[in-house]
Design a protein around this ligand. Structure first.
Ligand SMILES: Nc1ncnc2c1ncn2[C@@H]1O[C@H](COP(=O)(O)OP(=O)(O)O)[C@@H](O)[C@H]1O
Ligand SMILES: [Mg+2]
Length: 265
């Protein structure tokens, strides 16, 4: 893909530098334990893997711990046990603000834009750690190519946009840091069915630009439709995993976790 190199730089693989073995996966989570209140673990030994170039979705009902998982990987919730490896490098204990320099960006479920700033200013904020001004300008143009709606409204305050447009600002802002891996927390929450389709189609386009994606979602069907693989999270662990097509077709998964019980009966 010709635009691929343009958006995402090749991941820095210190672990594999000089080695001849296969490259480590983008993300490996092993036996991860984390929580908020002392003595109460929300993640209770979850494991998952995201290979380079994949879209992987973590599904689960409200309260399952999806946001906690993504926040823990992003360094925002303390790890009590287990491992997180990004391109084979330990992430546990790395400060949240250092994640971008490792290639990892994260779009939170809520409050993920600067509402009073214009779209243009939001994108500039995403690039605030960069000093390659020409590169930033080029990436800004690429974001407007990817999301033409944002170009039309670039001077408009982000808080005045529709839900779908705000989600696009949030994703574009995260991409302005040039991550090689992007985590999205419920990108379809609160969107109309039509906009859900638009946002997920964009997720696919972003992956095709060379960015590995980990998504957490309640909207199982729409997310799996654009994913390579998925995991179902319940009680703090991954309960079922598999390729997205198989998960969609798995009646046990559907009945237990995906909220499609009515359609099955
Ligand atoms: N900041 C927090 N402090 C304490 N408990 C929290 C916090 N955030 C989430 N929780 C608890 O962690 C559990 C999982 O929440 P969350 O990860 O937000 O689930 P999901 O994203 O799957 O809906 C819930 O029981 C929730 O009440
Ligand atoms: Mg959540």
């Amino acid at each position: 893909m010709s635009t691929m190199a343009a958006l995402a730089p090749a991941p820095v693989d210190l672990a594999s530098a000089g080695g001849s073995g296969p490259l480590p996966p983008a993300l490996v989570v092993q036996a991860l334990v984390a929580g908020y209140a002392p003595g109460v673990d929300i993640l209770r030994g979850i494991g998952l893997e995201v290979r380079r170039g994949e879209i992987v979705t973590v599904l689960g009902p409200n309260g399952a711990g999806k946001s906690t998982l993504i926040k823990t990987i992003a360094g925002l919730v303390p790890v009590r046990g287990g491992q997180v490896l990004l391109y084979g490098q330990n992430l546990v204990g790395v400060a949240a603000h250092r994640m971008v320099s490792r290639g990892l960006a994260y779009v939170p479920q809520t409050n993920n834009i600067f509402a009073r700033m214009s779209i243009e200013e939001n994108l500039q904020m995403g690039a605030c750690a960069r000093d390659d001004h020409a590169g930033v300008a080029g990436d800004m143009a690429r974001m407007y190519d990817l999301f033409p709606r944002l170009r039309e409204r670039c001077r408009q305050a982000a808080g005045t946009l529709s839900g779908g447009e705000r989600q696009m600002v949030a994703v574009a802002r995260a991409l302005m840091a040039r991550p090689t891996m992007l985590m999205l927390d419920e990108p379809s929450a609160g969107l109309s069915p039509k906009l859900v389709g638009v946002v997920f189609a964009k997720v696919r386009e972003v992956r095709d630009l060379g960015v590995t994606m980990l998504i957490v979602e309640q909207n199982a069907k729409a997310a799996l439709a654009i994913s390579d693989r998925g995991y179902v999270l319940a009680e703090g662990r991954e309960q079922v995993s598999g390729n997205a097509h198989d998960l969609l077709a798995n009646p046990e998964v559907g009945a237990l976790y995906l909220g499609v019980r009515r359609e099955l009966s």
